[in-house]
Design a protein around this ligand. Structure first.
Ligand code: PLP
Length: 375
């Protein structure tokens, strides 16, 4: 297999060996349905319970506050649509204009049902100001949904301040933490969020698997009708291998959070130092408080799409915007939201380093960029 430099960890990550090994027995040996009461199903049932406990302990939740889903998209859909359709009333939902499409399109769907959506505009630094939320929140607001960190520019949001403002008004608060879980220390109870979305493939687990944290007493309505799985809230036979792998991957990342973050941050600093030394003009987007390793760069007058393809020829994988947008050559809604001028926006790429990247990878990326941009 060709050796690639994989620097698109915000799109997806390599599965951890511990996760892969943990899930393996549940395919060919322990394949029983966890809902059955015979002895053969005891091991998968126990694995499901333990995975829920592990995941809960990694984010400071209670096990019965964790609901398994098919990933970040489903978790976001559930949180937003579940709150909006909990009764006949029409509400105001507040979100931000640079959310992932899983949130934005869920909001659009709710708008079609008669709900009113307010889109908060981020600062140029990519931060949602608590004062902007304070101005917009009213008696009619039912839900505020603001992402923990932006997937294109990496800016981390003041979630505790935002959720406090929501709660002062008795409003529920959801955060899409897909880019954050497994990479930054999270304690949902001290963060004060009512719901939080996560996706296993962003933290070295399996694709098509995730969870929604729902604070006890939130009263979220069921997402899928059918069997009694997930306390009757999300019917469907559980994806035991994926859930077991997700728990193992999350625990592994949380156990090594500090060292992973240190390693990724030092790769990032070295990358930026080398790039600055090369005298190629660029700006970094996302302000001062960004996710470790998520580097959004704009090269004025360049073409981000062309850079991506040229790096691809060198075996280097990066992205221009979010993975879901890579087919779309228009300037992303995120870059528009932070008012990045066209000259910069068109020349934007996203490099996302992860724990498996090395200094050699960083050197190859810088040398590739130098070569491409010099031409
Ligand atoms: N939310 C954010 C911030 C994301 O970055 C992504 C994926 O890129 C999603 C939601 C969707 O997650 P999934 O791929 O698990 O559906």
């Amino acid at each position: 297999m060709k050796q690639y430099v994989y620097a698109d960890n915000a799109a997806t990550t390599k599965m951890d060996k511990v996760a892969y090994e943990a899930m393996a027995p549940y395919f060919l040996e322990e394949y029983g349905n966890a809902s059955q009461s015979y002895a053969f199903s005891r091991t998968p049932k126990k694995a499901l319970k333990e995975a829920r406990e592990t995941i809960a302990s990694c984010i400071g939740a209670f096990p019965d506050e964790i609901y398994f889903t098919s990933g970040g998209t489903e978790s976001d859909n559930w949180a937003i649509k579940g709150v909006a359709t909990s009764n006949e009333r029409k509400y105001t939902i507040i979100t931000s204009s640079f959310e992932h499409h899983a949130v934005l399109h869920s909001c659009t769907a709710m708008e079609k049902l008669g709900h009113h959506i307010v889109y908060l505009k981020p600062e140029k630094t990519g931060e949602i100001s608590p004062n902007v939320l304070k101005r917009e929140i009213t008696e009619d607001t039912k839900l505020v949904s603001v992402m923990y960190a932006n997937n294109e520019i990496g800016s981390i949001q003041p979630i505790k301040d935002l959720s406090d403002i929501a709660h002062e008004k008795g409003v529920l608060f959801h955060t899409d933490a897909v880019q954050v879980v497994g990479h930054v220390d999270i304690d949902v109870h001290s963060l004060g969020v009512d719901m939080l979305s996560a996706s296993a493939h962003k933290f070295n687990g399996m694709k098509g698997c995730g969870f929604l944290y729902v604070r006890k007493g939130c009263g979220l309505i069921p997402y899928a009708d059918g069997g009694a799985q997930e306390s009757g809230s999300r019917a469907g036979t559980e994806n035991i291998p994926g859930i077991v792998a997700m728990a193992a991957a999350l625990k592994n990342n949380c156990d090594h959070l500090v060292e992973n973050s240190k390693k990724i941050t030092s790769l990032e600093s070295e990358f930026l130092r080398m790039l600055a030394e090369s005298n190629i003009p660029f700006v970094r987007n996302g302000g001062l408080h960004t996710l470790p390793g998520l580097i959004s760069l704009s090269f004025p007058g360049a073409d981000g799409e062309a850079i991506l393809h040229r790096l691809d020829l060198l075996g280097i994988c990066i992205s221009t915007g979010s993975a879901c947008n890579s087919q779309n050559t228009e300037i992303s809604h995120v870059l528009k939201a932070i008012d990045l001028g066209n000259e910069y926006a068109k020349g934007t790429i996203r490099i996302s380093l992860g724990k498996y990247n090395t200094m050699e990878d960083v050197e190859k990326i810088v040398s590739g960029l130098k070569k491409i941009l010099a031409e």
